[in-house]
Design a protein around this ligand. Structure first.
Ligand code: 13P
Length: 335
């Protein structure tokens, strides 16, 4: 019998808690490891996730952990499967089920996320392994020449909705992640326009494919200046524009919105979330589902050495605590 999806969706965004995205594919974690001089072996990948997931007090700020296919099958050093460990801590086990963004046919420079073939069967297996929620990330690129095309957004929205419907049918809460990338020199106004259209088309597709809004979590980008833009919008402006966009596009039936960090620094990602939560009340909970913004300092501290385990866990705890504070607008920068 599947868990109650509404209850699980609400628990993912429970007060003071958010999601740790630790679902880097083997290729992506390889790049992260290379940046700190660690070889990407299966044992190193296991040891790193072991370090993160056994952080003392993790459950105070973390409601769920998203894993990659390899990770959900791995265990702690004493042999406890990761999903079992997380469950015992009161943390939901999540799984990335997309198989990555590939070139979209007849759309140079644009991507389509794959992974629908056989998804019903894979979901059934992940439920057996202890997963209660899933993630699928669509990637939308802003660039010269009118990108993104409506074709790219619609195609990705359709795939996100097919994924979400299959998840709900199979007993997983879908995290629906349409990410408008911050790469490029576009303005915050252009990011707003593209993010608004993307979210409209995603919710259209979700409704058309009978996805229950109560049983999902949205994982969007914030409305932010392109990395290369001359005018970098400040914290207040990003918070205001992100909220203005979400109010136009996200039904109040959605229990929560858990932002991605998308390449923002850990500090800035936390400040943005905090600012939005000082501007409430909002119809939905606003929390985090950060990868890099939660892990950067922890990975830097770990460096592949068992002796750095505590320092790494301390760094993750600090980042998680800061973002937990940001969910109530009570974060105060140490600087
Ligand atoms: P970042 O917070 O590093 O963007 O990762 C979140 C995520 O899950 C991207 O799919």
């Amino acid at each position: 019998m599947a868990d109650d999806l509404t209850t699980n969706a609400q628990a993912l965004v429970a007060p003071g808690r958010g999601v740790l995205a630790a679902d880097e594919s083997t290729a992506t974690i390889g790049k992260r490891f290379a940046s700190v001089g660690v070889e990407s072996t299966e044992e190193n990948r296991r040891a790193y996730r072991d370090t993160l997931f056994t952080t003392p007090g993790l459950a105070e700020a973390i409601s769920g952990v998203i894993m990659y296919d390899e990770t959900i099958r791995q265990s702690t050093s004493d042999g406890t499967p990761f999903p079992e460990l997380l469950k015992s801590l009161g943390i939901q086990a999540g799984i990335k089920v997309d198989t990555g963004a590939k070139d979209l046919a007849k759309a140079p420079g644009e991507k389509i996320t794959e992974g629908l073939d056989g998804l019903r069967e894979r979901i059934a297996e992940y439920v057996e392994l202890g997963a209660t929620f899933a993630k699928w990330r669509a990637v939308i690129t802003i660039a010269e020449g009118g990108l993104p095309s409506r074709y790219c957004i619609e195609t990705n929205a359709h795939a996100l909705a097919r994924y979400a419907a299959l998840c709900q049918e199979g007993g997983l809460v879908p995290i629906v992640e349409p990410e408008v990338l911050m790469d490029g020199d576009h303005s915050i106004e252009r990011c707003f326009e593209v993010t608004e259209l993307t979210q409209h088309l995603v919710f259209d597709a979700l409704a058309a494919q009978r996805v229950s809004f109560e049983e999902m979590v949205l994982k969007p980008n914030m409305v932010i200046s392109g990395k290369g833009n001359d005018r970098q919008a400040g914290v207040e402006e990003v918070a205001e524009q992100t909220l203005r966009c979400l109010r136009r596009t996200v039904p109040a039936a959605v229990p929560g919105i858990a932002f991605l960090s998308g390449g923002q620094s850990a500090e800035v990602a936390t400040e943005h979330l905090n600012a939005m939560n000082t501007m409430g009340p909002h119809p939905w909970v606003l929390t985090f589902s950060y990868g890099r913004a939660l892990q950067d300092a922890a990975l830097e501290a770990w460096k592949g050495e068992a002796s750095n385990r505590e320092a790494s866990q301390h760094a993750l705890s600090e980042a998680a605590r800061a973002n937990s504070d940001a969910t109530s607008g009570s974060y105060r920068s140490a600087a």
